[in-house]
Design a protein around this ligand. Structure first.
Ligand SMILES: [Zn+2]
Length: 64
């Protein structure tokens, strides 16, 4: 996914900036600890479908 596109995406819960995981398959809101999937270069920004992360999972995530 082109960097420029995800640079403008914000978290639907807090409007905060999102970070992309190293594998390029997820966007992370570190404030809400929400992980949004990117399928076929299309981010799924539905909060209910985002994964709630625990603190440990957050620490293990490799970000770009
Ligand atoms: Zn957020």
């Amino acid at each position: 996914m082109k960097k420029a596109i995800y640079d403008v995406l914000v978290c639907p819960a807090c409007n905060g900036k999102l970070k992309m995981t190293k594998d390029g398959h997820h966007l992370l809101c570190s404030f809400d600890k929400l992980l949004f999937d990117i399928n076929d270069n299309i981010p799924n920004m539905v909060i209910e479908q985002a994964k709630n992360l625990g603190t440990e999972e957050m620490e293990q995530l490799e970000l770009r």
